[in-house]
Design a binder for this molecule. Structure first.
Ligand code: PLP
Length: 374
């Protein structure tokens, strides 16, 4: 069997030993009655970490975003301004329309994950009866589809100030907020200081099996708790999961800079190949997501490249891309579009895994570049 280096997502991480131990040994209760001590401990820890009054443990990031939209946009005819490349707009099935009756207004994202604030300001509606009600602005930090970009602090502050001026709440999809915090070496609390609500995800770079926590004011969390129950997200002895999330914050969060270092190393190697077909933006490589761009003029597609990375040819096992058992290496990534591949580092990618991935990627990229001149 070939050795697999799975870089599709940081969600493929398995719980650590310490997480499994905590899952078996933590105190439990019925969380819908508010009686699970481990969930209560996690919610209180997250609220403190993010500088908010309260927090709520929810099954997923998608549900956290949906709940935030439902609570903030509680008037019929509401509209939320989001980035076009945001997870909320791209990958949540339009749940805000589907389930909340909320219109999303997508703004063009800049390559760094931000969007034009003057344009946001111009989009905010007045009291014209023809128009929907602008009720929320959502931002994403780090920004997944823009390649794990960390939003600049100055932009965050300006965005929050704009929202305050217009009395519009600001929600942060912080699935990877702790990656942003690690990159900037700035406390998570500071990154969301002027935002109304934020959630963080435990099951991505933090390696826990399940769960996110949504944070905001007492009043917001009270409403969010009702929404969570309505959406079927009221979990009972959820301490089993919260226990792993608590370990994730203690054990894995401090290791995020290592994932970033490894992603940077990978990006640097790809850049250093000087191939016409493949490029990476090393200068703007912030966190654990590496985007490999395939040249527009190339006949190669992201799917074709990924397929090749999942094959092992005889020459590889006799050359550079071999493991100790000589059966070769498979590297898994995902296509973001026809010309973009995402490779993600995470807690289950060791230095040795990274080395094997680098050997394989180098071999395959050189081979494909030579075979597809343009
Ligand atoms: C930025 C961002 N937001 C939200 C989500 C959704 O999280 P979940 O898969 O837990 O629903 C993801 C998932 O990858 C994400 O990357």
């Amino acid at each position: 069997m070939a050795y697999i280096v799975d870089m599709r997502s940081d969600t493929v991480t398995k719980p650590t030993k310490a997480m499994k131990h905590a899952m078996v040994n933590s105190a439990l209760g019925d969380d819908v009655f508010g009686e699970d001590p481990t969930v209560n401990a996690l919610e209180s820890k997250v609220a403190t970490l993010l500088g908010k009054q309260a927090a709520l443990f929810v099954p997923s990031g998608t549900m956290a975003n949906l709940i935030a939209i439902m609570v903030h946009c509680n008037k019929r005819g509401s509209e939320a301004i989001v980035g076009r490349e945001s997870h909320i707009f791209q990958y949540e099935q339009g749940g805000s329309a589907h389930l909340a009756g909320v219109l999303l207004h997508p703004m063009k994202n800049n390559p760094d994950g931000t969007f034009d604030l003057a344009e946001v300001e111009s989009l905010i509606r007045g009291s014209d009866v023809h128009e929907p009600i602008t009720s929320l602005v959502c931002i994403e930090n780090t920004h997944n589809k823009c390649g794990g970009k960390v939003l600049p602090l100055k932009w965050l502050d300006e965005c929050a100030a704009l929202c305050k001026r217009h009395s519009i709440p600001l929600h942060v999809d912080g699935a990877r907020l702790l990656n942003a915090s690690a990159h900037l070496e700035v406390a998570p609390e500071r990154l969301v200081r002027d935002c109304d609500t934020v959630y963080i995800c435990f099951s991505k770079g933090l390696s826990a099996p399940v769960g996110s926590a949504l944070a905001g004011s007492y009043h917001f969390i009270e409403q969010a708790r009702r929404m969570r129950k309505m959406l079927g997200g009221g979990m009972r002895q959820a301490g089993v999961l919260a226990a792993a999330a608590l370990v994730a914050l203690e054990e894995v969060a401090p290791r995020l800079p290592l994932d970033h270092k490894r992603a940077f190393r990978l990006a640097k190697v790809i850049e250093g190949l000087f191939l016409k077909s493949f490029s990476v933006d090393v200068a703007n490589q912030h966190t654990n997501i590496v985007l490999v761009r395939i040249a527009a003029a190339s006949a190669l597609s992201a799917d074709a490249v990924l397929q090749r990375l999942e094959q092992v040819c005889l020459a590889e096992t006799q050359g550079d891309c071999k493991t100790t058992n000589d059966e070769g290496v498979i590297v898994k990534g995902i296509p973001f579009d026809n010309k973009t591949i995402r490779l993600t580092t995470h807690n289950d990618i060791s230095d040795e895994d990274l080395w094997l991935a680098i050997m394989k990627i180098t071999y395959v990229f050189k081979e494909l570049d030579a075979a597809h001149p343009f």
